[in-house]
Design a protein around this ligand. Structure first.
Ligand SMILES: Nc1ncnc2c1ncn2[C@@H]1O[C@H](COP(=O)(O)OP(=O)(O)OP(=O)(O)O)[C@@H](O)[C@H]1O
Ligand SMILES: [Mg+2]
Length: 265
């Protein structure tokens, strides 16, 4: 096989994946890997196919051709809830909190299909349910503290700022011990201060808790701070991969990305 083949340290391995919508080929023969323990960036101009690639990896849509391997398993065509129970979770470009519940409650209602957990055991041992609820509440509080959202934990989620909602969305991924989190434009609409918090939390989740992140983002400073490597997509194809310093310095990539040569930031 071309393109390097499956790597043992690749937790996500996309192999020759294509996807068309009618006549439009959104993703074309795309192969890429996300290494376990990395924060891998995915950048490219509007319409490059980034969100479509996420939808393919996360099981929201099925590829026309190609294969997707997660953690050594062929997951091509598996629905999101199956991938969720394997430890993969995605966030959407638009945050979708439950606005009539508090921040804390939003974390407590994350489905508890924990990887490896036996739900049947809880049905047959109702006495353990209360202990479970307490454990979930404790965990939600831990996540709230980790994200420094304690001051708003009893606020209705609908009243939180855009940035706080994004932090909450990140928090939801922490309730399930996901191994791999796909973040689609998690920084969009977030103010500079909260953006720093968000970035710091992603770094801490990566370094202290061992999460792997695959991150779509238009904010190049954020990508540069967080991600290594950075994968560049244009017109449905992967056109480059490397550290952000290399991506920024490569005139061919800058041209493909912005449509015309620009000064590297
Ligand atoms: N469900 C769909 N039906 C039809 N066309 C779609 C669908 N989803 C995406 N597309 C098209 O596929 C192409 C790639 O879109 P995609 O959303 O993946 O781009 P993107 O890189 O995420 O862009 P952005 O940076 O603007 O979010 C676009 O031309 C888009 O209009
Ligand atoms: Mg998108």
């Amino acid at each position: 096989m071309s393109g390097g083949g499956p790597l043992s340290d690749a937790v996500i391995d996309v192999q020759h994946v294509s996807k068309s919508f009618g006549g439009l080929q959104a993703v074309r023969d795309c192969s890429l890997q996300v290494k376990r323990g990395s924060i891998t960036g995915l950048i490219g101009p509007n319409g490059a196919g980034k969100s479509t690639l996420f939808n393919l990896v996360a099981g929201n849509i099925t590829p026309d051709t190609g294969k997707i391997i997660f953690d050594g398993k062929d997951i091509t065509g598996l629905p999101p809830h199956k991938l969720f129970s394997l430890g993969m979770l995605r966030t959407f470009q638009i945050a979708h909190e439950f606005s009539n519940m508090t921040a804390l409650e939003n974390l407590m209602v994350v489905p508890d299909h924990q990887p490896g957990e036996n739900l049947v055991a809880t049905w047959f041992m109702p006495g353990t349910v209360k202990a479970r609820d307490l454990a979930v509440k404790q965990k939600a509080n831990d996540v709230i503290d980790f994200l420094k959202l304690a001051h708003v934990k009893n606020e209705l989620a609908g009243n939180l700022s855009g940035g706080q909602k994004k932090l909450l969305e990140l928090g939801r991924t922490m309730m399930v011990d996901a191994k791999v989190v796909l973040l689609d434009e998690v920084a969009a609409g977030v103010n500079r201060t909260l953006l720093q918090d968000l970035a710091a939390n992603i770094e801490r989740m990566n370094q202290e808790l061992g999460y792997t992140f695959f991150v779509i983002e238009h904010d190049m400073d954020l990508i540069g701070r967080l991600c290594d490597p950075v994968i560049v997509m244009a017109a449905g194809e992967k056109i480059a991969e490397g550290p952000m310093s290399e991506i920024r310095a490569n005139p061919a990539i800058i041209e493909a990305y912005f449509g015309s040569p620009v000064e590297a930031a």
